[in-house]
Ligand binder design. Sequence first.
Ligand code: GLU
Ligand code: ZN
Length: 470
Amino acid sequence: MKIKTRFAPSPTGNLHFGNIRTALFSWLFANKYKGSFILRIEDTDVCRNITGSVDNIIKVMKWLKLHWNEKVYFQSKRLNFYNSIIDMMLQSGTAYKCYCSEDTLKNKKNIQILHSKNTRYNRKCRNLENNIYTTKKSFVVRFKNPLNGYVKFYDEIRGIIKFKNSEIDDFIIRRRNGIPTYNFCVVVDDLDMKITHVIRGEDHISNTPKQINIFSALNVPHPKYAHLPILLDIDYKKISKKNSNFNVIEYFKEGFLPEAILNYLVRLGWSHGDQEIFSLEQMKNLFSFKNVSKSSSIFDKKKLLWLNKYYINNLPTKNLISLFKYYISKENIDIKNGPRIEEVFQIFKDRCNSLRNMAISCRYLYDNNLNFKKIFIKKFFSKFYLVTLNIIYLHFKKIDSWKSSHIWNSILLMSKLNKLSLKNIIEPLRIIFTGDIVSPSISKIIYLFGKHKTLFNIKMYILYLKKQFI
Ligand code: GLU
Ligand code: ZN
């Protein structure tokens, strides 16, 4: 049997981490068995569709390299197909037209809510002759759910799950406007697209018996099911598309790497011993439902940042440089007159947990005008630094081959010869060149500036301080 899975998002907003984890698990399972994985957009609930969501879905899936094997399917383009099957079911009596008006149905529902009862249709039209009314009267089509017995299925993660048929409504499968509903289209598609395993969030468990009953009404076997535990935020609330903290595309903008995101998500609800780091290839080989947890997991951005830093430091640099350049340009940093990006990347990588953060941190290297934070400088600098800067200037001037090791040796030498503490040499340099009191190793930063710019800037500050103190 060729394994086939699908990711079937509704275009009702931007994908969140819960959605993408479902996509990842479906992708892993299909690819582990050299099967195929498809992307299907479930857009029949027109009122809930949000413009831009489809673009977002495709962009995120491509960015994370969760490639699908067939064209992208849109349910909205298959309405005639679904309706032809509903018509067949009307003929065979497994579905029926319900002529109850919207108002009547709403009133009945409100009364049930008032009495804290489950809202259920009273099956008034279940046994009417289908042609009893003229076609002019509006109607919905309902599924004739079996009245007795059970629906039982084996969930790959949770084991056997059982529902009483008496607890399932005669749910609507075609709306008044002629558009079929989610529970129906899913069945037709999973059947038509030969899906072998439906992998989706546990919020769909209650839909599964309805869908299985439709499969039975169509006299075909149903696929296997695996319902994944949901993702929660730190307040134990289900994460939602409305909260941008979980919006996957925002993490692209923040400079996260696909490898970190996928590695993070695979560990949310799945484990392989206490291993934390997984390449996509490893996840694919090791994945199995057996090790998927039944309980929900909590989204923790700190761990994601840790993994992102790990991948920044461990993926082949050449793959990361062009991405780093992208974030540099997004920050409007002009790299024409400054150090080579490759060298900057090497020096900054172990301090930054995202590429955007790295781009922001290295901005000063490309700033032609280093007179930032005058107030800051005033706070730290004293007359004493004027003497120090003159010493530094003379020593740096003597360096022939501009390497960070030579710069460091020169700092050590000036400290020794002039009885200056390293702190007293490094601090003014750091403030002048980075505008901050923390930075990567100062000799490396000075190296990146180049000899000419370094001497020029020190000179500028000497002149500036002279004006302040003399
Ligand atoms: N369209 C559904 C959703 O976005 C998923 C349906 C399914 O996987 O069966 O929640
Ligand atoms: Zn009715």
